[in-house]
Design a protein around this ligand. Structure first.
Ligand SMILES: O=C(O)c1cc(C(=O)O)c2c(n1)C(=O)C(=O)c1cc(C(=O)O)[nH]c1-2
Length: 239
């Protein structure tokens, strides 16, 4: 992993420089470097460990539209709200259902996902993301979504390696990642266009970078909880 020392932005930097800092800070802390993700793409997880990840990650999927609603509720600009609301419709219409499809493709039932036991650490991390979007400015909320700048790396890796290593997963389960590869860059573009127009000060830029760093910690902590319980402690409830 790269050094976690934080890049600084200065008053002479352009918006593009700011975007580069977001990408760099996001990439070097992103959960693609986490040992649980590495085990996944190296084909070393058991079916039960994959299922545990799908069930726990579903909690994140359910939080996404709620945190977007929190961002909207904090934003005083109708022209921003009109754009951002598309994300709620997208996740509630397609995202949730496609993740359930992935669940079924790995041998889970709909109710396993809707009622499955979520690890306390995963719940805490996702709830922290929702609280962040409720309690910080709408600009910071939007910036925190911008790990989507790096997410295509994760989706591509999963698509390539999961298809290869886990032939027992039904192919239609991967539709979620294919959808995100198309949708994710559009989401990033939408968020960056808004930030470009509404960020006025260096302090706001700094806060946006901190927001993105916070978000990488949310994702990292989710995998920490899974790694502890399903790799180190050897829990087997989905085998
Ligand atoms: O599978 C992943 O690694 C991953 C990561 C992230 C992310 O960086 O938060 C998102 C997604 N997927 C995703 O599918 C998605 O729809 C999404 C929305 C957001 C957000 O914060 O608004 N992040 C992510």
């Amino acid at each position: 992993m790269l050094s976690l020392r934080r890049c600084a932005v200065s008053s002479s930097d352009t918006f593009q420089d700011f975007v580069e800092v977001l990408k760099l800070e996001g990439y070097k802390r992103y959960h693609i470097h986490h040992p649980f993700h590495r085990l996944m793409v190296e084909g070393k997880l058991t079916p039960g460990q994959i299922r545990a990840w799908v069930v726990n990650r579903f909690y994140y999927q359910r939080i996404l539209p709620m945190k977007d609603a929190a961002i909207i509720s904090n934003c005083p600009f109708p022209e921003v709200r009109r754009i951002w609301i598309k994300r709620i419709l997208n996740h509630d219409n397609y995202g949730i259902e496609m993740w359930i499809k992935l669940g079924e493709a790995v041998g889970l039932s709909r109710s396993d996902l809707l009622e499955g036991a979520v690890l306390p650490g995963v719940k805490l991390a996702c709830d922290a993301y929702l609280d962040f979007c409720k309690n910080r400015s709408w600009l910071e909320g939007i910036a925190s979504s911008l790990t989507t700048l790096v997410a295509p790396n994760a989706h591509m890796e999963r698509l390539e390696h999961m298809r290869k290593h886990y032939e027992w997963i039904k192919p239609n389960g991967f539709e979620y990642f294919e959808w995100r590869l198309k949708e994710g860059p559009e989401d990033s573009h939408m968020a960056l266009n808004i930030l470009k127009e509404y960020i006025k000060t260096e302090d706001e830029k700094e806060r946006c970078i901190e927001a993105l760093i916070f978000k990488t910690a949310v994702l990292w902590n989710m995998l920490d909880a899974l790694y502890m319980e399903y790799v180190i402690n050897g829990r087997r409830d989905y085998e």
